[in-house]
Design a protein around this ligand. Structure first.
Ligand code: F3S
Length: 394
């Protein structure tokens, strides 16, 4: 791989031991995937933030980096942490867990990483531009930025994203290259898609079918960004889709080569079967929305449903701190809390310790959460659209 003089200096340890170690990791990765050079990245998003995911070894690794003066070179955001970083006590997160989670946040902050823990950084102040090279690791954010924005990132692991943040570079391979962004399968959709959960069911079904292929969708041209984030998140979870195109909708759809692709048809029948398959429970102990993290539009939708009502069971909507603050100002938080719900910032149902909090059955409208909750959080799942989930709690 071609390296500039400055990059050779990184390898020679002239910028310190941490830089040498992390740059070596990037070079190794580039060698494995046949990268020709390193490219500068505009921003980074680091996963592996919750104490539930990284435990003591990960926490100690981050503290070691921080104490060795590691500092990021580019705008870097974090994936959701394991708890609401401000209201954890009020919501009922365990104290021991909180202590360790706060150690992790301190280490990240001292590296210069923005303590905005969200899987929708593009809604919270980290918005890449079309064709910008970035190094992000959260799979739904990778899918959104590649597909809906047209930025370019591989699905980074936690360590490679951290290395990219500290070195300001990533190896040039995979989805950074135009020829690797071409669709490899066509998905013809013949079904009405209304709710985010419909897009989640579609994404879950397609992800299972196509694994890590690049789908080119036809049959729907009117999806908003909330629906697209639900679609991409589910495809990345049930499969490993990091990029998709939609005819007349996503920015690279007109530019890519789509002749002669294998075709898969998806109708209402497949979506109904997916809804059935993802439902493993009845009567949720808690309903948790906001996977991926909710936009202000989604929070306002929940606030409309809860205005003047009382909930039988708790309802959370997970979001970034930035969206939560906007919701506070708009009065949505007050309406939701009066009904008995919470806007939970900085975390989500998968990376927070909900099983330790006594929940066994969770109501969700996300195909991605439906994929992970049974295994990762030992939950039975009620998967439905937001209206059905909330009506059942009034
Ligand atoms: Fe985000 Fe957690 Fe879902 S990280 S995409 S809300 S599983």
């Amino acid at each position: 791989m071609y390296l500039t003089k400055e990059e050779e200096n990184f390898l020679d340890g002239e910028e310190g031991e941490v830089m040498e170690r992390l740059f070596r990791l990037l070079v190794r990765l580039g060698d494995i995937y046949g990268a020709d050079k390193m490219i500068p990245v505009g921003s980074v998003q680091v996963a592996g933030v919750s104490y539930k995911s990284i435990g003591d070894p990960g926490t100690e690794f981050l503290e070691d980096m921080a104490s060795n003066d590691a500092k990021v070179k580019v705008l870097t955001y974090l994936n959701p942490a394991g708890m609401d970083l401000e209201n954890w006590e009020k919501i009922g997160f365990p104290k021991d867990f909180a202590k360790n989670q706060l150690r992790i946040m301190k280490a990240f902050k001292s590296m210069g990483i923005v303590i905005t823990s969200t899987c929708t950084p593009y809604l919270a102040g980290n918005l890449p531009r079309f064709r910008e090279h970035i190094a992000w690791s959260e799979s739904s954010a990778v899918s959104f930025s590649n597909s809906v924005i047209g930025a370019r990132t591989n699905r980074e692991g936690g360590p490679s994203a951290l290395a990219a943040a500290i070195c300001g570079r990533t190896p040039n391979y995979g989805l950074h290259l135009w020829e690797k962004r071409q669709p490899t399968i066509k998905i013809k959709v013949d079904a009405e898609l209304e709710f985010a959960s419909d897009f989640g069911a579609l994404g879950y079904f397609v992800g299972k079918q196509v694994k890590n292929k690049i789908p080119y969708f036809t049959g729907f041209t009117n999806a908003n960004t909330d629906q697209l984030k639900a679609l991409g998140a589910a495809m990345a979870a049930s499969g490993a889709v990091a990029l998709y195109h939609i005819e007349e909708l996503t920015p690279e759809a007109d530019l890519v080569e789509k002749e002669g692709l294998e075709e898969v048809n998806v109708s209402k029948k497949e979506l109904d079967e997916t809804y059935n398959k993802l439902n493993s429970g009845k009567d949720p102990d808690v309903v948790i929305l906001g996977c991926p993290h909710a936009s202000l539009r989604e929070i306002s939708q929940l606030s409309d449903l809860l205005k003047g009502k009382k909930l039988k069971k708790p309802v959370w909507i997970c979001t970034s701190r930035v969206m939560k603050e906007a919701a506070d100002r708009m009065g949505f938080t007050e309406i939701i809390e009066k009904a008995g719900g919470y806007i939970v910032a900085d975390t989500c149902m998968v990376v927070s310790p909900i099983e330790q909090m006594g929940y066994k059955t969770t109501g969700i409208n996300s195909g991605k959460a439906a994929n992970y909750l049974p295994g990762f959080c030992k939950q039975d799942v009620v998967f439905a659209n937001i209206n059905k989930l909330i009506e059942a709690q009034l």
